[in-house]
Design a protein around this ligand. Structure first.
Ligand SMILES: *[C@@H]1O[C@H](CO)[C@@H](O)[C@H](O)[C@H]1NC(C)=O
Ligand SMILES: *[C@@H]1O[C@H](CO)[C@@H](O)[C@H](O)[C@H]1NC(C)=O
Ligand SMILES: *[C@@H]1O[C@H](CO)[C@@H](O)[C@H](O)[C@H]1NC(C)=O
Ligand SMILES: *[C@@H]1O[C@H](CO)[C@@H](O)[C@H](O)[C@H]1NC(C)=O
Length: 554
């Protein structure tokens, strides 16, 4: 993979965006196509037939007098910015990106603005960053169909192929609607670089980037509700560097064999609630990466899928910290894993305070699994450090398993045992075929509060012989959260190269040495340095690539 190849383009885009005049629309410009009477007397024409490619002259919204019942400045959410008023065609083939951008800018500028993609239309837009800061209470409402370009051949070469819709630097924003977000992922799944999609079932070498469908980045107090989200080329909904996320009544679906189509992925994100959602896909139903804490998952149905997964963590000897995750009242069916924690060897940090409770398994392989030897290349070396797993409870987990693998599998690190695993009312029976009665444990310590079915006698009582405390605790206080780690104006640029991992690593490297720094001025300087280092690196790479000079040197 060569992430550097896109950088010069990204810089150009960044410059273009920065130099754009900010559009400031007052709330008095009401586009009050009310949702209640949509379709009937709203006076909006049906989608016009496809026309000749129109010149990209800016289509300005018609001036509509303000609604007398909603005087200007009223904060009731009547500031509806219907994308069709901004020139969106919605015929499923016209490129409506410009109209969405304009509607976004208008809605962003008013309190409780609503970007509306109305029902009975199918809008196609290309990869877009909807960025803030915006006025509070912004709503992005999809009642019709909003779809991505159809596969890699239709993906503009200048667009990032890592993500499609990005919501960035927002506070108090809602993504909702009664419509569908369609990823058109099929041709991405079939790329010959995808596992076994090459000639004769081979896997051709990459690069193999495919876009995540919806990404929220460095934003707080988000709600995502009610939508159907389907056929993503890669992850469906992804959050990184966010705090305060409420997900409710989502329906996510992709075929069982679509590669890497995780349903909901979170990383470096705190205070997350995922409720009453139904997810069927080709990879993890929900995946929780490093830097997540205080996550509450309830009423989720997964399947087919690869289950609910914490990890993978600790890749490339990195530090991973995950704590306080609760999964309750879930159904997992026809899945390759049930509830899983996976870490690479050689990592540091910890996973603690994890609770899986009231989970019904239905024909699930590896219903309960801890894998601290996660590796997808051959011959990962045995290493002496590992992410420390502790305080993990499994309560009232019942149902059936696929007998191709043992239903309970605790493969803890050789050098850093798992401690305080609690099993209570775990009863798993074969879906069909013979009982697998040899659960596997390695270096796993904990208690069974009730007899487990199948019986598990490899779980060791008490505490491991002390070989000293694992040297890998996560600092509770001084670990910077991503959004406080970069000053906004620098982050604004840094984000455009989209490689969050790089940002996080840079920040982490800066902070490792200064973990106990308390002087706010010094902390600010560290943040600035981390961001500046990253940006310099980007500039250097992009100049090298393009032979042009972007930086005004220092
Ligand atoms: C695929 O397999 C067929 C039959 O086994 C063989 O003739 C062909 O050369 C193979 N193609 C490639 C690209 O390996
Ligand atoms: C654990 O997370 C929940 C939210 O899911 C939060 O309400 C609770 O306070 C957290 N507990 C601790 C000890 O931080
Ligand atoms: C790594 O450790 C495991 C468990 O102790 C052992 O079975 C395996 O042979 C080791 N692998 C290597 C490459 O040393
Ligand atoms: C073990 O984990 C449970 C949570 O699963 C926690 O309440 C308890 O305090 C832990 N016990 C010890 C000895 O740390």
């Amino acid at each position: 993979m060569k992430p550097t190849t896109h950088w010069h383009l990204i810089i150009i885009i960044a410059v273009a965006l920065v130099s754009q005049d900010s559009i400031n629309v007052e709330c008095r410009a009401h586009f009050h196509k009310k949702q209640k009477n949509k379709g009937s007397s709203s006076g909006y024409p049906p989608p016009s037939p496809p026309q000749d490619p129109a010149p990209p002259s800016p289509v300005l919204p018609p001036p509509i007098p303000s609604d007398p019942s909603n005087p200007p400045g009223s904060s009731s959410s009547n500031c509806i910015f219907d994308v069709t008023s901004f020139g969106a065609v919605g015929d499923g083939s016209s490129d409506d990106t410009a109209a969405f951008r304009k509607a976004w800018q208008a809605a962003c500028a008013v309190e409780s603005g609503v970007v509306l993609a109305p029902s009975d239309y199918t809008f196609m837009i290309t990869s877009t960053i909807f960025s803030g800061p915006c006025k509070r209470g912004l709503v992005f409402q999809v009642d019709g169909v909003l779809m991505a370009p159809n596969g890699p051949n239709c993906w503009p070469k200048t667009d990032s192929s890592k993500q499609w819709l990005v919501f960035y630097r927002l506070d108090e924003m809602t993504l909702t609607g009664s419509g569908t977000i369609e990823g058109n992922g099929e041709q991405w799944w079939e790329l010959p670089c995808k596992p076994h999609r090459g000639p004769n079932g081979s896997t051709l070498p990459g690069p193999c980037d495919s876009p995540a469908l919806i990404r929220f980045f460095m934003s707080n107090n988000l709600a995502v509700r009610g939508l159907q989200i389907q056929n993503s080329p890669q992850f469906h909904v992804k959050f990184d560097g966010c705090e305060g996320v409420q997900i409710e009544k989502l329906s996510i679906s992709s075929p069982k064999l679509s590669p890497n189509t995780d349903g909901i992925h979170i990383e470096n994100t705190k205070y997350v609630g995922i409720y009453n959602s139904v997810i069927g896909n080709g990879d993890d139903c929900i995946s929780i990466g490093t830097g997540c804490s205080n996550v509450d998952i309830e009423g989720v149905t997964c399947g087919p899928s690869h289950g609910i997964s914490i990890g993978s963590l600790g890749v490339h000897n990195s530090q991973a910290c995950v704590s306080n995750i609760t999964v309750r009242n879930a159904v997992i069916k026809d899945s390759d894993n049930g509830v899983r924690i996976k870490t690479w060897q050689g990592g540091t940090g910890s996973v603690s305070g994890i609770s899986f409770e009231n989970i019904q398994m239905d024909n699930v392989r590896n219903s309960i699994i801890i894998d601290q030897y996660y590796c997808f290349t051959k011959g990962c070396r045995n290493q002496t450090s590992a992410v420390y797993l502790t305080d993990v409870s499994y309560r009232n987990i019942k149902g059936t398993y696929d007998v191709r693998s043992p239903p309970i599998h605790f493969a803890c690190s050789d050098t850093v045992p798992c401690t305080n695993l609690t099993m209570s009312e775990v009863e798993l029976l074969p879906y069909e075929g013979e009982l697998v009665d040899d659960p596997f444990c390695w270096n796993a310590y904990g208690t069974q509060e009730t007899l487990t079915i199948p019986p598990i006698d490899c779980l060791q009582d008490g505490e491991p012989e002390s070989e000293g405390e694992p040297s890998t605790y996560c600092s509770k206080s001084n670990m910077p959260s991503l959004q406080t780690a970069l000053p906004p104006e620098l982050a604004n640029n840094a984000i455009r190269q989209y490689n969050t991992e790089l940002v996080v690593d840079m920040v982490r490297q800066q902070f490792k040495k200064h973990m106990h720094e308390t002087d706010p001025e010094k902390i600010q300087k560290l943040k600035d340095d981390a961001a500046r280092g990253l940006i310099n690196h980007m500039l250097y790479e992009s100049e090298k690539m393009s032979g042009r000079k972007f930086s005004n040197s220092t």
